[in-house]
Design a protein around this ligand. Structure first.
Ligand code: ADP
Length: 630
């Protein structure tokens, strides 16, 4: 709260001066006026504020008047401002010294125009018109017509006034907030405010059946805030003015209205748009800017030489209604109830309004992305379907290939099965002979039977392996150990190796080489490579025919090498041998290596061939390592 004792205007300083100082000041003022007399084009304007320079609404008008003076004046202006403090209740006795002070300042050279801002300064000048430069042009403005006494106006005076109509104000608020039952009036208790209290009571009387009007002018501002913070539902507050509250405390600046806004539990409306912009809902109001423009236009005519008494203007009424969107929203006041053509300011745009293009863009991007994703998903579906199909084809092809290999193996398989079968037959014959003897050796017969069982087992294992090789099973990945696969395949081919007089040996890694793979398929690859190696060495001396199958781990990969001592592959054919239908054999299909590579790649691995330094070629099957089977 700005207490008036904290702020003393220039009038008070003058009052407390010693006579000698007053004399000097008057002398300075005089010499200045003599000096200035030379500047004929110069215009001197004095603005006389009511209450204080920060008192709203008048400060807003004064600001606009200064700006308009600068804008509209064709002459250089010397604008001096003084503030009347006598409008405050405890400064009643300061009027006379203030008159003395102004006379001392301007006595010798009065200003070319005095503009009074607000009712208190208008009243002050009218009371002291005789002492205060009685022939100096005077413009009373920012004043309600009732606050200027027409009878006291001189030929040097003119008035640019406004006209309040409290009933219009209240009714227009009741139109946008029809449920309102109570209106609390915030108005101070200074002489000016007491005048308006009387006027309001008179003008608002017809509304008293419709609404209850509460008057707080005798309360201190603190007590007033308590009342306005606890108003019943369907209440509103009319803010008029707060020069001084019921306790005689002056309120300059915007704090009083800001505090009311912060604590009140009802919407606030007012009569002047100098208050518009945060705290009040709005409605029809006097326009500070329009009023100031009108006043300055008249000021210019006076400065241009027109006699003030001849300039007559009609008091202006409220400007068309305007509202603060934020307050309408806060108090749930529907825009539909606003008068036609009403202006709505401070609209907070919705997210859609603020970011329309961004939202459209984001939606478009999301849409395109969704489209792309669905396209990709569709493609992926098609791809995996194609993959499944190709794997199936590969499986079938591999199956066919195994059949052709099986043909090769027939002789050795027959040999492998014949052996145990022959042994079984001999053992049975022996057993029959023994059974026929008068005292059969049962223990030996038991051993013979055990032999028969072992041979039978061997034969059925051979058949089992053959069957598993030839079954047409779907491609299925399972944890397997490459060491085991290599061992089994070598065992399976050992008979063929003997038949083809090849030295087939192995070099198995000391630790397991776990991968995820299809056992039969991987076996087939190794088998293919070994049979190819045998083919490659068929024309060589028996002693030189060597095949080594070795396994190893290398980082994250497991390897199987099939190396031979054959003629090797011409360097320019090293890649070509994996192409379908590449063969150098008269009966060859040229599909073996191509299928083998497809199988290895389906396992996420690679199949490659490299000629060895000494002789022959080494094929490497490289597969990604997996966790060890538990
Ligand atoms: P096919 O055995 O029916 O010819 P493959 O695709 O298995 O079909 O082999 C293609 C060709 O690769 C063989 O004809 C042969 O010329 C060559 N080849 C494969 N393995 C070896 C090898 N270990 N040494 C030399 N040449 C080989």
């Amino acid at each position: 709260m700005a207490h008036n004792s904290e702020r003393r205007d220039d009038a008070n300083c003058f009052m407390t001066m010693r006579p000698i100082a007053k004399f000097c000041l008057v002398a300075i003022a005089y010499s200045l006026s003599v000096l200035n007399a030379g500047a004929a084009e110069h215009r001197r304007v004095m603005i006389l504020h009511s209450v204080g320079r920060e008192f709203r609404p008048w400060n807003e008008y004064a600001k606009d008047i200064r700006a308009e003076l600068d804008r509209q004046s064709p002459w250089p202006l010397d604008v001096q401002e003084h503030s009347l403090i006598a409008a405050r209740p405890d400064d009643q006795n300061s009027e006379a010294p203030f008159v003395e002070y102004l006379s001392a300042l301007y006595g010798k050279r009065p200003p070319d125009l005095i503009i009074s801002v607000g009712a208190p300064s208008a009243g002050f000048i009218q009371r002291h018109r005789r002492e205060l430069f009685s022939t100096t042009p005077m413009l009373f403005t920012v004043v309600e017509q009732r606050r200027v006494l027409a009878s006291d106006l001189t030929e040097y005076d003119t008035v640019v006034a406004v006209r309040h109509d409290f009933r219009v104000l209240f009714e227009s608020f009741l139109r946008i907030s029809p449920d309102t039952k109570i209106v609390a009036i915030v108005n101070g208790d200074s002489p000016n405010e007491r005048f308006w209290q009387g006027e309001m009571r008179r003008e608002l009387q017809p509304l008293e059946g419709r609404i209850e009007i509460r008057w707080f002018d005798k309360l201190s501002y603190e007590d007033l805030l308590k009342q306005t913070a606890a108003l019943p539902p369907h209440s509103a507050i009319f803010w008029y003015q707060m020069i001084a509250d019921g306790a005689g405390i002056a309120h300059e600046g915007d704090r009083a209205l800001q505090r009311l806004y912060a604590t009140a539990n009802a919407p606030i409306f007012s009569h002047d748009d100098a208050f518009f912009g945060r705290e009040i809902v709005g409605g029809p109001m006097h326009s500070a800017l329009a009023g100031s423009k009108r006043a300055v236009a008249v000021a210019m005519r006076i400065l241009g030489g027109e006699k003030p008494g001849t300039i007559k203007t009609r008091p202006s009424d409220f400007a068309p209604a305007k509202y603060d969107w934020r307050e309408l929203h806060r108090w749930n006041i529907s825009e539909r109830l606003l008068p036609p053509g009403a202006e709505v300011d401070f609209r907070v745009p919705s997210t859609w309004e603020s970011y329309r293009w961004q939202i459209i863009l984001i939606c478009a991007v999301v849409l395109v992305q969704t489209l792309l994703i669905s396209l990709l998903l569709h493609e992926r579906g098609r791809r995996s379907f194609a993959e499944v199909q190709s794997r199936q084809r590969m499986s079938e092809l591999a199956h066919v290939n195994r059949f052709s290999t099986a043909g090769e193996l027939t002789a050795t398989i027959a040999h492998e099965i014949n052996q145990p079968l022959g042994a079984i037959r001999v053992n049975i014959e022996t057993a029959e002979l023994m059974v026929k003897s008068p005292s059969p050796d049962l223990q030996e017969i038991g051993e013979i039977l055990a032999d028969i069982r072992r041979d039978d087992q061997r034969a059925s294992e051979v058949i089992g392996r053959l069957r598993s090789l030839l079954t047409k099973a779907p491609f299925e990945l399972k944890p397997i150990d490459l060491n085991e696969v290599a061992r089994e395949t070598i065992q399976f081919l050992s008979a063929l190796a003997i038949a083809r007089e090849v030295n087939l040996t192995s070099s198995i890694a000391p630790t397991p080489v776990p991968i995820r793979g299809d056992l039969v398929q991987v076996q087939q690859v190794i088998l293919n490579l070994i049979v190819n190696a045998m083919d490659a060495m068929s024309g060589m001396p028996v002693a030189e025919r060597r095949i080594v199958v070795s396994t190893a781990r290398d980082g994250n990969s497991g390897d199987i090498f099939v190396s031979d001592a054959g003629p090797g592959i011409p360097v320019d054919k090293l890649k070509e041998v994996f192409e379908p239908f590449f063969t150098t054999k008269p009966q060859g299909m040229g599909m073996g290596l191509s299928i083998a590579r497809t199988i290895v790649e389906a396992h996420g691995g690679q199949l490659s061939a490299e000629n060895q330094a000494g002789r022959g070629v080494a094929f490497r099957i490289r597969l990604p390592l997996a966790a060890l089977p538990k």
